[in-house]
Design a protein. Structure first.
Length: 617
């Protein structure tokens, strides 16, 4: 039997069959599993009798878990739901604004009679964010409701937040670890030499030490000098804050080994008793003793044997703020958090195009009369940083004041995007400055040659000759260094113009050096010390607003994304905890993703970076 001739009609039918097959395959592979999961969730919700509610007189347990951030990273919607039901995800992220909103709400909530700090899963870091939460806890105390902290163990970041409590409980077998700050890193020069890898570094700035691991085997004296001064500033802020909250001396924290051994011996070697003797904590109590104390304070729960309580995640699910519509003139808030990359980037990372689009959205919104740019970034791409700064200038040209609120860090590229604002606020412990620039290219000609691989050929120009498999010529190196020098001149010229200083004055405090917010205020790099609330008030003042709303300017979701977000948020509380369990493999994947994102930060089209490597305390 002969085959049919391949006519135009037969060809079109064949193409349609292939397309239809692919369409059905995609529907089955993508949409059926999603539908199936949603069906399971609704089934669980239908037959579940659990309901989140707040009993009168309950304590709000602030069981914070994960890392405090100004903006969460985008994750898959289903993954977000599973993590939301899981609650305490030590590898997750906590939105700072949500924490503040719920503490403020609890202060005015007649059903809440106390605040309990349970910080065992809160990740280290972010002294400025901890201080911000602390200020809201102090405001909560004005409601007359007690604040109690309880822990089996406190690391120094958890402990700093715990010091804002009226009473700190510690398990008798627990301990408080307040060891101080340090700055150590790995250096690779000898390893690179052994591998015959050539790293070509171009930089301006005595203290611009981001590239030192590739050209040295130890930290330079200049970097040690700068890091020591910075660490001392931040540590002084920590000890002063903790000592004031506890009514003791700053020298009572970060004990040297001799004094530590003495007070530990005085406590018969018991770390818990030592913490009590040092007045770091108020009471030693087992879990059951704490339970009984809380029952006495707020009463026994209707079910079970514990005290009346609601945890942070359940309370937040019942207490979600309504999305502001801005019926009147208001302040727009644009968050610039993470490494500065090029192009369009998801939430939780700064993109030259995507962050610029948010600023542009605020500029063309008639209801937005001023903008607060919330910066939490160590910098990154020089090109993307300038893209964003140009949009700040466009906002100002449109008659809309821009006020920068620096979070934990706003250094290098983070300072570049801040410099042209009408007013800059930093927190005392903010890491900022790092006014310097560098470029780096790696070539592998020697390592390849050792393997017997060689590169040869011809080119019409020196630039067409560039390759990671060939050495850089002295002429090319000189040109690249000249570009870096010009970039540094542009940076200090920008700062000099915007901060009303001379080039010489800026150069003296630049050179890539990182400063604390306190020092930055003294040096004129920022206008004042304060948190986001102060920046919002200043923006309103500059815009002449006496009554205003605020709104976070975010990327608009598609109708499909909005539908899924609404659908999944409504059923999140019904997902069984067993489904939401985070496996060890997922945790490892999270860590590997973080490493990959760090490498991805080096994506500048000109290989020129405004990046702070010292911003990790």
């Amino acid at each position: 039997m002969s085959a049919k001739p391949l006519t135009t009609k037969n060809t079109l039918i064949l193409i349609w069959n292939v397309i239809n097959f692919i369409r059905k395959l995609v529907l089955n592979l993508v949409f059926f599993p999603l539908f199936f999961l949603i069906l399971i969730v609704f089934t669980v919700a239908l037959f579940s009798s659990d309901e989140v509610k707040v009993d009168d007189g309950s304590a709000l347990v602030l069981d914070l878990a994960g890392r405090l951030v100004d903006q969460k990273q985008d994750i898959d919607p289903l993954d977000a739901i599973l993590k939301q039901r899981q609650g305490r995800d030590a590898n997750g992220e906590l939105l700072l604004s949500d924490v503040l909103y719920n503490i403020d709400s609890a202060a005015n909530d007649k059903r809440i009679s106390a605040l309990v700090l349970d910080l065992g899963d809160m990740a280290p870091g972010g002294i400025t964010k901890i201080q911000t939460i602390g200020r809201h806890i102090e405001a909560f105390k004005k409601s007359g409701k007690p604040v109690i902290a309880m822990g089996n163990y406190y690391n120094q970041y958890q402990y700093l937040l715990a010091t804002y409590a009226d009473t700190i409980y510690l398990n008798p077998q627990g301990m408080v670890t307040v060891e101080g700050l340090s700055s150590y890193r790995q250096f690779y020069k000898s390893a690179l030499d052994k591998l015959k890898i050539n790293t070509h570094v171009f930089r301006v700035g005595t203290y611009k030490s981001a590239v030192e691991p590739f050209i040295r085997d130890d930290m330079s004296d200049a970097a040690k000098e700068a890091n020591t001064a910075l660490l001392n500033d931040i540590w002084d802020i920590y000890t002063t804050t903790a000592a004031k909250n506890r009514g003791i001396q700053p020298s009572d924290f970060g004990l040297d080994s001799t004094r530590y051994l003495k007070v530990l011996n005085d406590a018969d070697g018991q770390s818990g008793q030592m913490a009590l003797d040092m007045k770091w904590v108020d009471k030693l109590a087992t879990a059951d003793q704490f339970r009984q104390a809380m029952i006495k304070l707020v009463g026994k729960a209707a079910k079970g044997h514990s005290f009346k309580q609601i945890d942070y995640y359940d309370y937040a699910s019942l207490n979600a703020p309504a999305t502001p519509v801005l019926p009147q003139d208001g302040i727009g808030i644009v968050v610039a958090k993470g490494n500065i990359l090029n192009g369009n980037q998801p939430a939780g990372t700064i993109g030259g195009d995507s962050t610029s689009a948010l600023l542009r959205k605020a500029r063309f919104d008639d209801k937005i009369k001023a903008v607060v740019l919330r910066v939490d970034s160590p910098g990154g791409s020089a090109f993307a940083s300038e893209q964003i700064r140009q949009e700040v200038l466009a906002l100002k040209a449109a008659g809309k004041p821009v006020v920068v609120s620096m979070s934990s860090l706003a250094a290098s590229g983070g300072y570049w995007i801040s410099a042209s604002a009408d007013y800059i606020y930093a927190n005392p412990a903010t890491l900022t400055g790092s006014i310097g620039i560098f470029g780096m290219l790696t070539t592998f000609e020697d390592s390849l040659a050792a393997l017997g691989v060689h590169t040869d050929g011809v080119a019409t120009t020196d630039w067409a000759n560039l390759s990671v498999t060939r050495p850089l010529s002295d002429g090319v190196k000189a040109v690249i260094q000249r570009h870096i020098e010009r970039g540094y001149h542009d940076f200090i010229s920008l700062v000099a113009k915007e901060r009303h200083m001379t080039l010489e004055q800026v150069d003296k405090i630049a050179q890539g050096r990182v400063w604390s917010g306190i020092r930055a205020k003294q040096l004129g790099l920022v206008d004042d010390l304060g948190d986001e609330d102060a920046a919002i008030a200043k923006a309103a003042e500059l815009a002449g607003l006496s009554h205003y709303d605020t709104r976070v300017i975010e990327k608009e979701l598609t109708p499909e994304q909005l539908f899924m977000q609404k659908l999944l948020s409504n059923v999140a509380a019904w997902v069984p905890p067993s489904i939401a369990h985070t496996s060890a493999a997922q945790q490892i994947l999270t860590q590997l993703t973080a490493v990959a994102q760090e490498f991805a930060s080096f994506d500048d089209p000109n290989n020129v970076y405004l990046y702070c490597d010292s911003c990790n305390y």
